[in-house]
Design a protein around this ligand. Structure first.
Ligand code: ADP
Ligand code: MG
Length: 731
């Protein structure tokens, strides 16, 4: 009665604090350690590994809810230890907290078995060396249910978990409804099997004749991968290795692994990561590698990666996650960066050996390089830039338009069509290559140009570029960056120009292509460019001369079409139309307003006789074309809006002066203005998006800033605030 009265008062009184029942505490804790059947399997297999087993066999019934049975041939459990085996915090692996610093075993908390007894029925059968028989005993809520019974046993330990979550109905229902954990268990065992190659693993469903994972102990990692993941996966893997044992920054580590090449195409990334022999997740590393793949092998952007990293144990904190699924590393950023660059150069060098390797041309998918977090933060125009550009925009040469503006030809065509096209090109190229091997082998000039970039790289600026935080655009050309405690203004146009140039050389002959929806006639483009250069674009004085120059230049480029196509993926059809351009950075398409200038430059400036010079000038011309120039339409969000208002005013005046311009006309003029403002807004927003999400991430990965940039105003230090916090999130 009294209690009831107390309850009625609770609205105003603070609720009473009381100690939870031990059994409730344990069950709550157990639910954290054993989140689902696969987590129980992981704990059990890790215990078997800790017991130095050479064979581990798993049997699963009903996705693990009915039965999980793990048998090993390890050292077994002493009879005297059986009474406390399943109590919380009983372990043979750790004594003092300091031991954690050098722990080699997977387990250390003495929690796993105990947890299982709070959420399932646990039976242990075990035999230790030299014993004639083993013991079997069952546990519930941390304690033995009966005295251990002598029984026949083979070497090692068998642990049976029955009716998992029998006392957690919500969890059990959830799991029953969700896809069965069996595939997760198979995946887990596959991962263990390719790392612990000296142990043989098997995993089967209860009652099934065939095992779904079955590996035999082997000395070769690649053999293990082949037997677990199949021949086709193993065939497309390359070895990677890196050892930094004496690094002054104390990021000492060893890494070795296998990573997929351009032939491995999958829907999802598979990343099997072991850090100090622990199977863990490291989202930051995974994402870093995904970025490298998206940038170097766009078609094979979802790789298979097996990687083992070994660090001094004191550099790894293993005690940061309830299921030990994550660890935290000292110098994580440095390590990730090093690994990223090893993987990148491995991918590049493999690419180089396959000069005419076939790559699908497809519109770069927007999700490749942005995390969902990023895209949420930026609902601005273009997750998917190329798709959003109107399909049927045509060349506009209306003189009322801002001088020389060209409308975008760009349009991502249906994938099927493009694929057909490129495989054709690739076939043609490889035929050509076979006929004339010299043609492709003799590209030392490209190697020289790349070497020039490397040797001319400014190390101080490299550090800034790699580690800076992009804050935002300060004006149309300069971006504000933070590096350590310094603020810099960086000229986006020169940076992007140089980056594009460098990327052209690196992707040389391996470009994906951007298809133009409307092939653009070279001759007209050149005329347009020449007119732009004229002092008075309205005059017709030079027209004839311009026509002639344009004619000659476009003929010349038609003759060079093979070279342009083969090495730069610049396609010129037989009628002299430009119809395809290279992808220099994934997810980035250039501003087509700069096409005329580019074509003129190709026609005028390239010395086609000397190979190195020729490649260099074409690459630089592409660099200039693809650079992130401010859009030609003034930025409507700043002073630029005047530009649009002025035009409106002008139109209105004109309208009222000439009475025969009807009201209808005025309406249309008005609409065009809005359209133009909207277009300008889109162009500016897209550019800003590209700067943040394409330019900066790519610069971090690939850019080698030339020495000249240190002094030519590309980077200007504007503030040095020793105690500035990094309040701006890294992008
Ligand atoms: P932890 O692994 O953190 O020590 P567990 O609850 O997983 O805690 O296991 C408790 C103890 O039981 C281990 O320290 C180990 O001595 C023993 N043990 C568990 N599984 C096995 C096994 N398969 N073979 C031998 N000993 C085992
Ligand atoms: Mg354990």
């Amino acid at each position: 009665m009294e209690e009831e009265e107390e309850e009625e008062q609770v609205a105003t009184e603070p609720p009473k604090i009381h100690r939870l029942d031990e059994s409730v505490v344990n069950r709550i804790a157990a639910g954290e350690v054993i989140q689902r059947p696969v987590s129980a399997v992981k704990e059990l297999v890790e215990n078997s590994l800790d017991a130095h087993s050479s064979s581990i066999n798993v049997v699963v019934k009903d996705g693990g809810l009915k039965l999980i049975q793990v048998s090993d041939d390890g050292h077994g459990i002493r009879y005297e230890d059986l009474p406390i085996l399943c109590q919380r915090h009983t372990t043979s692996k750790l004594s003092s907290f300091e031991d954690l610093q050098s722990i080699k075993s997977m387990g250390f908390r003495g929690e796993a078995l105990a947890s299982m007894t709070y959420v399932a029925h646990v039976t242990v059968t075990t035999i230790t060396k030299g014993q004639l028989h083993g013991y079997r005993v069952s546990y519930k809520d941390g304690v033995m249910e009966n005295e251990p019974k002598a029984c026949a046993a083979v070497k090692g330990t068998q642990i049976m978990i029955e009716n998992l979550f029998y006392n957690m109905s919500a969890r059990r229902k959830n799991l029953q409804n969700s896809a069965d954990d069996y595939s997760k268990i198979v995946d887990l065992l596959s991962r263990f099997a390719i790392h612990h190659t000296s142990v043989s693993f098997s995993c089967r469903k209860h009652g099934a004749g065939r095992a779904d994972v079955s590996s035999v102990a082997t000395i070769s990692r690649i053999d293990a991968i082949r037997s677990v993941y199949g021949v086709s996966v193993a065939r497309s893997l390359m070895k990677v290795e890196e050892a930094l044992d004496n690094d002054p920054s104390s990021s000492v580590f060893q890494m070795d692994g296998f990573i997929s090449n351009s032939e491995y195409v999958a829907k999802k990334i598979t990343m099997v990561l072991f850090i100090n022999d622990r199977l863990v997740d490291c989202t930051a590393l995974k994402r870093a590698l995904e970025i490298v793949y998206a940038a170097t092998l766009p078609k094979a952007a979802k790789p298979f990666i097996y990687m083992s990293i070994v660090l001094p144990p004191e550099h790894v904190d293993v005690n940061v996650h309830p299921t030990k699924r994550e660890v935290s590393l000292l110098n994580q950023e440095v390590i990730i960066e090093k690994i990223q660059s090893v993987v990148e150069s491995r991918l590049r060098s493999s690419n180089e050996t396959q000069i005419f390797q076939e790559q699908t041309v497809e519109p770069p998918s927007s999700s490749q390089m942005i995390s969902s977090k990023d895209s949420n933060r930026n609902p601005t125009p273009s997750g998917s830039k190329s798709q959003k550009v109107p399909v049927n925009k045509m060349v506009r040469t209306d003189s009322s338009d801002p001088a020389g503006r060209l409308h975008i030809y760009l349009h991502a065509e249906s994938r099927g069509h493009l694929e057909k096209n490129t495989s054709l090109t690739a076939v043609r190229s490889s035929v050509r290559q076979r006929r004339n091997p010299k043609e492709t082998a003799d590209l030392s000039s490209i190697q020289e140009l790349i070497a020039d970039i490397d040797s001319n790289c400014h190390s101080g600026m490299l550090d800034i570029v790699r580690h800076c935080t992009y804050i935002g655009m300060a004006d149309d050309v300069f971006a504000l960056l933070q590096h350590d405690t310094h603020l810099y203004l960086a000229n986006i146009v020169s940076l992007s120009k140089e980056l594009m140039y460098q990327q052209v050389l690196r992707r040389f002959a391996h470009f994906n292509a951007i298809q133009l929806s409307n092939p653009a006639p070279l001759k007209e483009l050149i005329v347009l460019a020449l007119k732009e250069g004229d002092t008075d674009p309205e005059s017709t004085e030079n027209d004839e001369l311009n026509e002639k120059i344009a004619e000659m230049n476009s003929e010349l480029l038609k003759q060079k079409a093979d070279l342009l196509e083969e090495y730069f993926s610049i396609h010129i059809d037989k009628d002299g139309n430009l119809s395809r351009l290279p992808v220099i950075l994934d997810q980035y398409t250039p501003d087509m307003d700069h096409v005329p200038e580019f074509v003129l430059c190709l026609g005028n400036d390239v010395d086609w006789e000397e190979e190195k010079k020729c490649f260099q000038v074409i690459s630089a011309a592409l660099g200039n074309f693809y650079a992130m120039h401010p859009p030609m339409l003034p930025n409507p969000s700043g002073d630029g809006l005047q530009f649009y208002q002025k035009r409106k005013l002008f139109r209105n005046n004109e309208g009222s002066l000439s009475c025969n311009t009807g009201a209808d006309d005025m309406m249309t003029e008005d609409e065009i203005e809005h359209e133009l403002v909207a277009e300008a807004e889109t162009a500016w927003a897209q550019r800003e998006w590209s700067i943040q999400h394409v330019l900066f991430p790519s610069m971090r990965l690939f850019f080698k800033p030339p020495n000249s940039m240190a002094t030519n105003g590309t980077f200007v230090r504007v503030a040095s605030l020793e105690k500035l916090y990094r309040i701006f999130e890294r992008c």
